[in-house]
Unconditional design. Structure first.
Length: 256
């Protein structure tokens, strides 16, 4: 789900609805669509569902499903904007209101509001690790700018991760599993930023979403410890975050 800050503030509800699956895909409201937008809330089940939000909606006039959804979005939006005034301390509250897939884009458009480097990288670390496929939710150039926004991205790591990184050799081997459409060419610019120290983990990622129309690759490379942006182990993936241009001795192996 793409996150456009101006649209987030101003876009109307209908433009967020996927009618093929009857789903609302708003950054602040990601849920099934119950009833048509102009339909009055009259059925007992719908009335009881709306009553669950009675304390939130008491300041809003709610007659239709559109009224209900717009009221929830408006309420949450006001919370986000209020928390945003002290984003260094309140980013966690904001993240609880936004859909996971929009967190990195949200950070991209609000990164200049942060004043404390440590807090910013704590927020980035959480947004990054909560996104299973970060580069599907944000462009590579934007993600790169997030990593480089402040001087010390290793603040993304906790103490255990910092300790593990300190024990790495000066140069280590890293791996990444990819699958691309048949007929496409693979190049280092498209490698992304996420790697692992575990070869089998990379192979698993290469196989995970492979289809008959894709080719699977295992990427092996070397990187010097000083060029590692950070090491993240909270998901058990021994993840190395690095810029592709800092990789050396890159090898591409086509997997069967």
């Amino acid at each position: 789900m793409n996150f456009d800050y101006n649209m987030f503030l101003n876009r109307d509800l209908e433009s967020y609805i996927d009618y093929e699956i009857n789903w609302i895909k708003h950054p602040l409201l990601f849920q099934p669509l119950f009833g048509q937008l102009n339909e009055k809330i009259e059925q007992e089940g719908a009335i009881n569902y709306v009553k669950m939000y009675e304390s939130i909606l008491k300041k809003y006039k709610v007659n239709t499903f559109a009224d209900f959804y717009n009221s929830l979005i408006d309420y949450k939006k006001k919370q986000v904007l209020e928390y945003q005034k002290n984003i260094d301390e309140k980013w966690g509250n904001i993240f609880m209101l936004l859909h996971t897939s929009t967190l990195l884009e949200y950070l991209y458009v609000t990164k200049d509001l942060f004043h404390l480097e440590k807090n910013y990288f704590e927020a980035l670390s959480q947004a990054f690790t909560m996104n299973e496929f970060p580069t599907k939710n944000i462009e590579n150039k934007k993600l790169r700018s997030l990593f480089l926004h402040f001087p010390n991205p290793r603040l993304m790591m906790d103490n255990e991760e910092k300790y593990k990184l300190s024990k790495f050799k000066k140069t280590i081997k890293i791996y990444r599993g990819l699958n691309i459409k048949k007929g496409s060419k693979l190049n280092s610019v498209e490698l992304g930023f996420s790697y692992t120290t575990k070869k089998n983990q990379a192979k698993w990622f290469a196989n995970r979403w492979s289809t008959l129309s894709t080719k699977k690759y295992l990427i092996q490379a070397e990187i010097s410890k000083e060029n590692i942006i950070c090491f993240l182990s909270s998901r058990g993936e021994n993840e190395i975050v690095a810029l592709p241009e800092n990789l050396k001795n890159i090898k591409y192996t086509l997997l069967k």
